[in-house]
Design a protein around this ligand. Structure first.
Ligand code: NAI
Length: 244
């Protein structure tokens, strides 16, 4: 018996980076997975490697109409949804005095409203089924702040607030709501940073390395599994101890 046998999961931002590792992990653990992403090319390539266990849906999570339609379609296609991993996220960095309205709005719309849109679209279904796992992606910067990321930090701190709120609102229906706070993980989002900064980050972490996407995917899978059935409203830092 695998950890996620007979489960159906939606993983947003599942076409690349951490989300892609999560799709691979969830399939390896027995789940069937709906990938919600805007990158069709990466999404379809991943689906082709998943042996019929994953499907791609082109969804902009910032758009509530698209999200609501995709939720209905996934429920029709798979018969049910058990797990929602709100992983999609973007950055548009600038220090406060240089940050434009466009940068602020873009990040709020995907990282905060997107998480709201997706969870609202599935929570009624989870409630009707008496079962659901909500796993949200925050960040260590949502706990501690970060230079040049007012918009991103606001969303990642907001995700923690929503995670705890949903734990309180939906606990009585057998639904758990947790967040993972990744440290610096070697994906495209981080690889674009200067080598010097990456070395500094590695050095700062007691475990002396960047995280790998699989480190986060493993935490998602645990929180999505029945082993975590008495865990709700928590924020699990997966960061090589960089924040202690
Ligand atoms: P990534 O940039 O490698 O992948 C993000 C995926 O989300 C892409 O496939 C992209 O197409 C998709 N996406 C972006 N906007 C979308 C939208 N509106 N609708 C649907 N899909 C959308 O990013 P990465 O590094 O894998 O990040 C995943 C999550 O982890 C994000 O929420 C990020 O904020 C968070 N995180 C990442 C850290 C890191 O060091 N890489 C650290 C802390 C948190």
């Amino acid at each position: 018996m695998k950890r996620l046998d007979n489960r159906v999961a939606i993983i947003t931002g599942g076409a690349s980076g951490i989300g892609k590792a999560a799709v691979e992990k969830f399939v390896a653990e027995g789940a069937r997975v709906a990938i919600w992403d805007m990158n069709e090319e990466h999404g379809n390539a991943l689906v082709a490697a998943m042996d019929g266990k994953a499907s791609f849906y082109k969804v902009n999570t910032a758009n509530s109409d698209e999200v609501n339609a995709a939720a209905e379609k996934v429920i029709a296609d798979f018969g049910k949804v058990d797990i929602l991993v709100n992983n999609a996220g973007i950055t548009r960095d600038a220090t406060l005095l240089k940050m434009t309205d466009e940068q602020w709005d873009a990040v709020i719309n995907v990282n905060l409203k997107g998480v709201f849109n997706c969870t609202r679209a599935l929570a009624g279904h989870f409630k009707d089924n008496g079962y659901g796992r909500i796993v949200n992606t925050s960040s260590v910067v949502g706990l501690y702040g970060n230079f040049g990321q007012s918009n991103y930090v606001a969303t990642k701190a907001g995700v923690i607030g929503m995670t705890k709120t949903w734990a309180k609102e939906f606990g009585k229906y057998g639904i758990t709501s947790n967040a993972v706070a990744p440290g610096f993980i070697a994906t495209d989002m981080v690889k674009s940073m200067p080598e010097k900064v990456l070395d500094m980050m590695k050095d700062k972490a007691p475990l002396k390395r960047l995280g790998q996407p699989e480190d986060i995917a493993n935490a998602y899978a645990f929180l999505a599994s029945d082993e975590a059935s008495f865990i709700s409203g928590t924020v699990l830092s997966v960061d090589g101890a960089v924040t202690i």
